[in-house]
Design a protein around this ligand. Structure first.
Ligand code: F6R
Length: 609
């Protein structure tokens, strides 16, 4: 999704802007651009379609911009196709330049008014109405910040913007409503970005703008305004280090993040368990009474995070905790009967997913009293708006395909299951057993990662396939869903997952020797049922790849390959079985030569509806 970087300093800030864009590349984008106010006080803008590398080569050609005040952007097309003229920054009459993340819903109406006022447009974007509106206000004699304020008041939608103007060449103005924006602080310099990761090479000191804030930034001077009145916002020190987002010796971020899962899960458990108990304070000081009052859990999330929710429902209900799970973009647009004393649980890696945030708002409007967030980004809108927070300490996830975020979400959901389960009669013995299994996770994850080489060989069989089917049962059906999602998003092979018992109700018609069927077959109480489903596939000439334990007694033959997973307790087995499926998708994508960390058409953080 789009990314914003801005800077004001007494030095050439173009390298900082470009480095910031590079650090935002993981979010997904299709074009980029930079605009800088040069010593001549003119704005010099360069834009390019494609990767930031294309922008860098455009910057090397012609009169490369240099200057101390500038903005830059990576664009993920919403209004208008990816093209140089649609790329940001957008300018109005060489006087103002704007970058924007988000969507302006009333752009048609504003554009008509602006055309009547004599303005012309050079792009198909909604952003161009912002820059034009600011220009109109500058023409009326307003300074930059009030002109931005007036403009923002006229906009409908969710957005974050960065603005520069030749009227005040030493100034950068940022505004946010519904889309994240932070200010980076450094002695004598200041920066703006939609994500701290963009600025981590220049500073670790940040102000996180609140919704409705407008910031006026000059060299080392930052003023924040809410509704035109100056406000103080606290300074946060980011725990991110520049190397946390470096690739190191890995070929792709996705592989690095798959391999980081043992550590990420250990960090997510850190400080939250005694030898045999959950420390409930992990959920914050207000958690006790909220958990006491909870009679129902409603989970909302999107994509991979939704699949984590599906696993959680099965875990929760096994301990008597009533639970429902819904995709956030569906939840927000239908009528609900709100069960009494429901705890809303929003799961999101980024904490900025527009549909999830909107679903939380809608839930609050409907009367859901408390919202718990399971999230990986402490400064995110989701975390800041939640009543209870359980951070997953996965560290920055750069690969677009979620991996360590998923396994740490599952880990956090097990902690939530214990906290609520205690209120539903979970015994101290059961809790101690689950805690012991949680503690064993890092080791078991390392064991699962040892399947890497074998999985890389099996991946060869997928390279020429158009479709694949994933099967699972119980808590491993969502794992099959997640395996299929991983495969389709990074290898572009169409993959579907079915609860194995559903095969005979339709999908069996698809099975032939050209359709690899991946079965997730842990040694649990559903194993015998799953074995029958495996037979159904074999009887139709299907080719099976089965992830299972030796003790399950599924034997390999010419139509069935077994990938041996080390024995694992049912309580944590969905976490362990998701790892070989991540590796499978990764290796298939390597063979197919796709852009693994930035798959086509996708964005890391989906901040638009
Ligand atoms: C898939 C993936 C997406 C995200 C989804 C929600 O690999 O990453 O499906 O899970 O866009 O994102 P978050 O968790 O940030 O709300």
């Amino acid at each position: 999704m789009c990314g914003i970087v801005g800077a004001v300093a007494n030095r050439d800030i173009v390298p900082i802007l470009v480095d910031g864009l590079r650090r935002l590349e993981y979010r997904g984008y299709d074009s980029s651009g930079v605009a800088v106010i040069e010593a001549s006080q003119a704005i010099n803008r360069v834009r390019a379609v494609g990767k930031v590398a294309e922008l860098e080569s455009a910057l090397r050609k012609g009169s490369a911009p240099t200057g101390g005040t500038g903005i830059a952007h990576t664009r993920w097309a919403t209004h208008g196709r990816p093209s140089e003229s649609n790329a940001h920054p957008h300018m109005c009459r060489q006087r103002v330049a704007v970058v924007c993340n988000g969507i302006i819903e009333n752009h048609d109406q504003l554009r008509s008014e602006q055309i009547s006022a004599g303005y012309e447009f050079s792009s198909e974007t909604d952003t161009e109405v912002i820059v034009t509106e600011i220009h109109r206000h500058l023409e009326q004699g307003l300074e930059l910040r009030p002109a931005v304020q007036r403009t923002v008041e006229a906009l409908e939608g969710a957005f974050a913007i960065g603005v520069i103007a030749t009227d005040q060449p030493d100034r950068l103005v940022g505004a946010r409503r519904g889309s994240p924006l932070v200010i980076g602080l450094k002695d004598g310099e200041a920066f703006l970005a939609s994500d701290m990761a963009a600025l981590i090479a220049v500073t670790q000191r940040f102000i996180i703008l609140e919704d409705g804030d407008i910031a006026e930034i000059s060299c080392g001077n930052v003023s924040v305004y809410d509704d035109g009145r100056p406000v103080q916002r606290p300074i946060h020190i980011s725990p991110l280090s520049a190397d946390a987002v470096e690739l190191g010796n890995y070929r792709h971020y996705m592989l690095k993040e798959i391999y980081e899962q043992g550590r990420a899960v250990a960090d997510t458990l850190e400080g939250r368990l005694t030898t045999n108990r959950l420390l409930e304070a992990a959920f914050g000081p207000d958690s006790g009474p909220i958990f006491d009052a909870t009679k129902f859990v409603q989970i909302i999330a999107c994509g991979t995070s939704y699949y984590a929710g599906l696993v959680a429902r099965i875990w929760f209900e096994a301990h008597g905790i009533p639970c429902d799970v819904e995709i956030a973009s569906e939840f927000r647009y239908r009528a609900h009967v709100v069960p009494d004393d429901t705890l809303l649980v929003a799961i999101s890696q980024s904490g900025e997913t527009a549909d999830t945030l909107a679903a939380v708002q809608e839930a609050k409007r409907l009367g859901y009293r408390y919202c718990a967030a399971i999230c990986n980004v402490p400064e995110s809108a989701l975390v800041r708006g939640a009543d209870l927070v359980l951070m997953t300490h996965a560290g920055p996830e750069i690969g677009v395909a979620s991996t360590k975020a998923f396994t740490t979400q599952l880990t956090a959901l097990l902690l939530l299951m214990i906290a609520l389960g205690r209120r539903y009669g979970m015994s101290a013995d059961t809790e101690a057993k689950i805690v012991a299994e949680l503690r064993s996770l890092p080791v078991k994850i390392e064991q699962a990662l040892r399947l890497d080489t074998e999985i890389a060989q099996i991946a060869e069989q997928f390279a020429d396939k158009q479709h694949a089917l994933f099967l699972g049962r119980g808590a491993h059906f969502p794992i099959a869903l997640e395996g299929a999602l991983k495969l389709k998003e990074i290898s572009y092979i169409h993959a579907e997952a079915y609860p194995a018992g559903e095969l005979k109700h339709g999908p069996l018609a698809l099975v032939d020797a050209n359709m690899p069927v991946v079965a997730v077959a842990p040694n649990n109480q559903l194993l015998e049922k799953l074995k029958s489903n495996i037979h159904e596939v074999r009887a139709r000439g299907g080719k099976l790849i089965v992830f299972t334990e030796a003790a399950a007694g599924i034997d390999a033959d010419s139509d069935l390959q077994v990938l041996p997973v080390a024995p694992v307790d049912d309580s944590i087995s969905p976490i362990i079985y998701s790892i070989p499926l991540q590796l499978l998708a990764y290796h298939v994508a390597v063979i197919k030569g796709t852009d693994i960390d930035k798959p086509r058409n996708l964005a890391k953080s989906v901040t638009v509806e």
